[in-house]
Design a protein around this ligand. Structure first.
Ligand SMILES: C[S@@+](CC[C@H](N)C(=O)[O-])C[C@H]1O[C@@H](n2cnc3c(N)ncnc32)[C@H](O)[C@@H]1O
Length: 219
């Protein structure tokens, strides 16, 4: 019989480290639980932001814009908040919220760019409604986007990406810029800012699919 060696102190340290990260989130003046956040006009939202380092870089490039990184995981978001503080950024916030709560994060018709970066693909058919590009989410995003505003999606899973394009088209959205290999394309440099996930897997053969889509109301 094989014995799996588990060092209980490792477990305790991991738990403590998570608690420490939650404490960092709650002590940061730019991190908010949804209840404590005041809904406002937001120029750029990143949904399912993870560490939100992509948002931090956008905020650094556009100091006149308000940027909000949204994720359900506080321990991830605090990493971006630390990076933003180190860079002295005053225009980026980190809000712990779910995708279906976005209407409580940003005022309707205020968002210029809604980024969804490498969302969980939820491959099982019965979990399709949880995918952040499902038609019911698209309807919600449409209400948030200002005239001329757009949804931007990056993903490495081609199947998920195709499915997302189908959802967009079936919902009457217009597919704008599109690439099945973003980093080998001529598209804007901003789109190529690496997310944490992208940075981690790019060297392992990850290829980024990218689309900019406009809601059906954009004629
Ligand atoms: C694969 S990670 C990608 C993280 C980041 N966008 C990146 O590219 O590094 C997906 C992220 O989506 C978040 N997430 C999953 N479901 C969510 C939901 N319903 N609302 C908000 N965030 C969610 C997870 O917590 C996780 O951080």
């Amino acid at each position: 019989m094989s014995i799996i060696e588990v060092d209980p102190t490792d477990f305790i340290i991991t738990k403590k480290r998570k608690k420490y990260k939650f404490a960092l989130f709650h002590n940061s003046p730019i991190c908010f639980e949804l209840e404590a956040w005041q809904k406002r006009d937001v120029d750029i939202v990143e949904l399912g932001a993870g560490t939100g380092l992509f948002s931090v870089e956008l905020a650094a490039r556009y100091p006149e814009k308000t940027v909000v990184a949204v994720d359900v995981k506080a321990d991830r978001l605090q990493k971006g908040a630390q990076a933003a503080a180190e860079r002295g950024l005053k225009n980026v916030y980190f809000v712990r919220a779910r995708a279906d709560q976005l209407a409580e994060v940003a005022n309707g018709a205020s968002v210029g760019s809604l980024w969804i970066t490498f969302p969980d693909p939820f491959p099982k058919k019965r979990a399709a409604r949880r995918r952040m590009t499902h038609a019911h989410y698209l309807e919600q995003y449409e209400g948030l986007l200002r005239p001329g505003g757009a949804l931007y999606l990056k993903h490495d899973n081609r199947e998920f990406f195709h499915w997302s394009l189908e959802q967009m088209v079936a919902s009457g959205w217009h597919v704008g810029e599109l690439s099945f290999d973003l980093h080998d394309s001529e598209l804007a440099d901003d789109y190529k800012i690496l997310t944490n996930y992208e940075k981690r897997w790019l060297g392992e053969g990850l290829v980024t699919n990218f689309v900019k889509a406009l809601p059906k109301s954009a004629a």
